[in-house]
Design a protein around this ligand. Structure first.
Ligand code: UT7
Length: 312
């Protein structure tokens, strides 16, 4: 059966990262590691850490950054989808807290999505599909995490990787063909043990690494094929920021130059569901985004992976 690609307009994007930094030198004091090991094996130099902010507080700051960038009328937002694995509490959803903190007292459907580091790409596909029904005027899709709350600072295999942050986009339905969006999202539940959070993060880094490279390649190919585009047609690829070496492997094996990939993991580390929207916001900060085609690609616990092409 032929399906319709949702047509969406990306109105704006915003980000927030708490000011406190954890440097590689700070981590050298906690576990047996070195700046040299962390830099060469991951590309990470610092991560941000929330001290007294909740995940919803950071999400609200990213959302306000998106709203203020274009002076958006927030009363148009009637859908909030929040991707996170470190929500404020089990229930109510963190999206509900965000709705309240933004003062959106009109009728808004708001809920959380957990697809680990792929959560934002999942959330975007869900939001785009819902907008396509015609029932909603505008969606706020957010990825935000306070991973430093669940990091085990005695485990050198994981504690050097993760940080806190938030990113958000506002999207509206469009009637223009050039706003067609393309998605690929998948999960492999039998690999659930590769990355888990039961109180603290536990990860089989090597296994995740192996799956990540294949999964990213497959997700990039699938979404390009669906859109009948080639890598040269894409202005920028925004990958989940987990490890620079993973992105280098994908770049090499697919023959896509590294300059096509936008990276900021040296500053933020891995912020899970926040990493892609945070990077989208930095792309908006640094570029004229008009008519640009961006490709998003993520992978993470679950095992989950996915991609999207958005035409700005
Ligand atoms: O969002 C999805 C989440 N996760 C990921 O994307 C993670 C994917 N995996 C990775 O990024 C990499 O596998 C890691 C960065 C986690 C590890 O890098 P690696 O090159 O795969 O190292 P390794 O696990 O093979 O370990 C090599 C050595 C080991 O020592 P021995 O057994 O060879 O003596 C580790 O114990 O490096 C050691 N090691 C460290 N040494 C210094 C592991 N972590 C550290 C550390 N500092 N922080």
């Amino acid at each position: 059966m032929k399906f319709n690609h949702p047509m969406i307009r990306v109105i704006s994007s915003g980000k927030y990262a708490p000011p406190t930094l954890i440097t590689n030198e700070d981590l050298e004091k906690l576990v047996e590691t070195s700046d040299e090991w962390i830099t060469t094996r991951t590309g990470i130099k610092t991560r941000h850490k929330a001290t007294d902010e909740l995940t919803s507080d950071m999400a609200v700051k990213a959302a306000l950054n998106a709203i203020e960038r274009v002076n958006y009328d927030a009363s148009k937002i009637d859908l909030i989808i929040m991707a996170t694995i470190t929500g404020d509490q089990s229930t109510p959803s963190t999206a509900n807290f965000i709705q309240a903190k933004l003062g959106l007292v009109h009728e808004v459907m708001s809920f959380d999505i957990n697809a680990a580091c792929t959560g934002f790409v999942y959330g975007l596909e869900v939001a785009a599909s819902m907008l396509q029904t015609g029932r909603f005027r505008a969606a706020l899709v957010i990825g935000a995490e306070t991973l430093t709350k669940v990091v085990d600072y005695t485990d050198r295999n994981t504690c050097v990787l993760f940080g806190d942050g938030a990113g958000a986009v506002i999207i509206e339905p469009s009637t223009l063909d050039r706003h067609q969006a393309y998605f690929f999202n998948a999960a492999k539940g039998d690999l659930h043990n590769t990355l888990t959070v039961v109180n603290k993060i536990k990860m089989d880094g090597k296994k995740v690494y192996q799956f990540a490279v294949d999964a990213m390649e497959q997700a990039i190919r699938k979404v390009l094929e669906d859109a009948a585009l080639s890598p040269e047609d894409i202005d920028i690829i925004i990958p989940h920021q987990a490890n620079e070496r993973i992105i280098q492997s994908v770049s090499k094996s697919m023959g896509i130059p590294m300059e096509k990939f936008m990276l900021n993991l040296s500053e933020y580390g891995n912020t899970s569901a926040a990493s892609i929207p945070l990077t989208i916001s930095e792309y908006f900060d640094q570029n004229d985004t008009k008519n640009k085609k961006i490709l998003l690609v993520g992978f993470g616990g679950g095992f989950t992976w996915g991609s999207a092409i958005l035409q700005l």
